[in-house]
Design a binder for this molecule. Structure first.
Ligand SMILES: Cc1cc2nc3c(=O)[nH]c(=O)nc-3n(C[C@H](O)[C@H](O)[C@H](O)COP(=O)(O)OP(=O)(O)OC[C@H]3O[C@@H](n4cnc5c(N)ncnc54)[C@H](O)[C@@H]3O)c2cc1C
Length: 352
């Protein structure tokens, strides 16, 4: 998603080659997301990117409104209040709710869950549609995508780079590092210091439960970060919100995470789990401060970082890509990006 969205924004203005190691784009994190747009997800400094991306996603038909509730037990009352204060200050539309409203949204909710936060605008994202849209925009504007094009060597020349990939060599004036979990590896090939990207594995399971979750049930998230779940075509998508450190790889789900997810669900609702129909895992890749990294590396200004999209790289893609392209092209900001502070996301924060 990072490469496709930034490529689409750049291709009308420059000659762009997008190199993808796999035989198709979207095989890694992008193809494994839980597919929601949630205003508070990723922390207060990500909220401006999410909100700025909303109108583009909505206007192009990629969002379907669902709503979200954060739920808590009695002892979480303070955490729920603090959450509202923290994220409202950043522009999220959220309100504190009590048990009665929770019950109306979540059938079979166990009595321990007494309070919550309601976010009406939360939506499902058509991730495949958005990804295809950006790839099509990229191609229409003359961009070239080369799959099975793993970057193997990066050599500095007087005024740019020679990139060795899939048995061929390409000349480039600028290099954009949008390699997700592999971004520090690309920096190493370029002879640029790492920023300390941590790939963390996250598991999702698709369950058949009885009764079936109502189609209009909101996304339900634990205020303490122990789970989230939402309906998907009569089934339930559930995650234990695991964050297991991993080397960059083709991530696979582990039985323990699946069992933990189901155990946590059963503490929230009284539904019967009838079958685990699907399970998958992907890597969410974070910078040390969990903010994304967009910008030229001060150590080598011919390398541009577009990495660290963590768990919010789909919902922030439109504004992130527009901002990234503006920084790369030296263009001024527009209506979508005017409210963003690029300094927050600059790689300079990791350089002495
Ligand atoms: C389980 C899960 C749930 C998530 N849920 C959400 C959600 O609900 N909403 C949301 O907004 N985000 C969500 N995310 C996060 C989101 O999926 C990511 O932030 C986003 O997909 C990152 O996109 P990316 O392009 O940076 O990474 P990727 O999709 O991983 O792409 C990086 C690409 O770089 C390629 N590459 C690596 N090394 C090389 C090389 N040497 N040469 C050539 N190519 C190379 C890889 O093959 C890969 O295709 C979730 C993530 C996971 C794992």
């Amino acid at each position: 998603m990072a490469g496709a969205s930034l490529g689409a924004e750049l291709a009308p203005h420059a000659s762009i080659l997008m190199l993808e190691a796999e035989d198709r784009p979207g095989y890694h994190a992008t193809g494994r997301s839980a597919a929601f747009w949630e205003e508070c997800y990723g922390g207060p400094e990500v909220v401006p990117l999410t909100l700025a991306s909303g109108p583009y996603l909505r206007d192009h038909g990629f969002l379907r409104r669902r709503g979200a509730v954060y739920v808590g037990r009695g002892s979480d009352a303070g955490a729920l209040d603090a959450f509202v204060e923290r994220f409202r200050a950043r522009g999220a539309t959220i309100e504190r709710i009590g048990r009665e409203v929770l019950e109306a949204h979540i059938p079979g909710l166990r009595p321990a869950w007494t309070g919550g936060v309601w976010e009406p605008a939360c939506s499902d994202i058509d991730v495949a549609g958005l990804h295809a849209h950006y790839l099509a925009r990229f191609a229409r504007a003359g961009g070239t995508l080369r799959t099975r094009g793993r970057v193997e060597r990066l050599d500095r020349t007087g005024d740019g780079w020679v990139v060795a990939a899939a048995g061929a060599e390409f000349q480039a004036a600028l290099l954009v590092n949008a390699a997700g979990a592999w971004a520090d590896g690309i920096a190493a090939l370029a002879g640029v210091p790492a920023v300390g990207i941590s790939p963390l594995r996250r598991t999702v399971v698709q369950l058949r439960v009885a009764p079936s979750p109502p189609d209009d049930m909101p996304l339900v998230l634990d205020i303490e970060g122990g789970f989230y779940f939402r309906p998907e075509n009569g089934r339930l998508w559930l995650s234990p919100q695991d964050e297991t450190p991993s080397a960059p790889c083709d991530a696979a789900p582990e039985e323990l995470a699946v069992a933990e997810a189901i155990d946590r669900l059963q503490q929230v609702v009284d539904w019967r789990v009838e079958a685990v129909e699907r399970k998958w895992a992907g890597l969410r890749s974070f910078a040390p401060d969990r903010r994304p990294i967009y910008g030229f590396d001060p150590a080598d200004p011919s390398l541009f970082w577009f990495a660290g999209q963590g768990g919010f790289g789909i919902q922030t893609a439109p504004a992130a890509a527009r901002l990234g392209a503006q920084l790369l092209l030296g263009a001024s900001r527009d209506g979508m990006t005017a409210g963003l502070d690029p300094e927050l996301y600059s790689p300079a924060r990791f350089r002495p």
